[in-house]
Design a protein around this ligand. Sequence first.
Ligand code: HEC
Ligand code: HEC
Length: 290
Amino acid sequence: MILRWLVGVLFTLALGCVSVASWVVLASEWHFRSFDRPAAFALAIPSDAAALSRGDHLVRTRGCRGCHGEDLAGQVMWGYAVAPNLPALARSESGATLEAAIRHGIGRDGRALFSMPSYNFVRLRDTDMADMLAYLRSVPVVEKALPGASLPWSVRFDIARGKDAAMPAYVPRVPPLRRSDDPDPRMARGEYLAMTTCNECHGLGLRADSPWEGETAPDLVVIRAYDEAAFRRLMRLGIALGERELPMMSPVARGRFAHFSDEEVADVFAFLTDMSARAAAAEAARETRR
Ligand code: HEC
Ligand code: HEC
């Protein structure tokens, strides 16, 4: 009698577990497949020397190697995500397929990506996108055995109950470029650089406005404390004001931003300083209204 009751309870429990697990898988997979492909990228991929060198500069300063490996041949990130072999993909896939992944977070199988930071690249200009693809096609292919990706249950569970989302849900939240027509050309150039490099960590709009919990990069109005020479030192050598070595910013600066040209450093500094002054003015106006 008791035995039969126990079997019944165990059976119900097992059935419960299986249904929850199936719901998590079905709901998360439905989410991953719920995003439309963007309109096909139409630019031809160039192959001239100027395009390759521009593409090389973009790949270095936008940090693709940090996740896809020094040889770009792919690696496992955070123990579960698998950043694929880019030179190999650049040869097997069309420019449109790669662009959908890089700028919109839609993978080559039409399924949304989760870990690839497309929000950081969505504002890249078409010509820069084409030059980046040109460069990736020119990098020698190194064959590397990579394991299959498997998303942790905790991530799937958060997605299933709507607490987290795949990359294409975040990409549209990146603010538009606002300074493209500014009479001071440094504003347009600096904003473009900051909104395709710094906003990977400093918030979608550079103001510590990250949609993810636990981000530690500050609002970039912190630039106020810096003069141009100190900022240049941070970008070139990774040394922050007061001779500080910062846990994340310092190695990131040395790895990526040391490759900025002098003009690029000056443009980012001019734009961020102006952004910070505008933020202070807006704050002061709010204070007086109070
Ligand atoms: C923060 C880590 C990270 C950075 C930085 C990064 N990627 Fe990725 N990328 C990934 C991961 C992980 C994947 C695998 C898909 C996933 O898990 O989202 C991926 C996937 C891709 C894909 C293939 C998508 C598909 O169809 O399967 C392409 C193409 C790609 N990345 C290009 C780039 C380029 C170009 C750059 C630099 C401009 C870059 N990535 C920077 C982590 C990164
Ligand atoms: C990969 C993530 C990442 C990227 C990309 C990044 N930062 Fe940072 N940055 C951080 C983090 C995190 C901190 C906080 C200190 C730390 O933990 O290293 C920081 C701190 C800073 C600081 C404060 C330094 C101080 O005096 O304390 C400045 C200024 C800064 N970043 C500027 C930039 C600029 C400009 C860019 C773009 C060109 C940029 N960062 C791109 C992660 C990043």
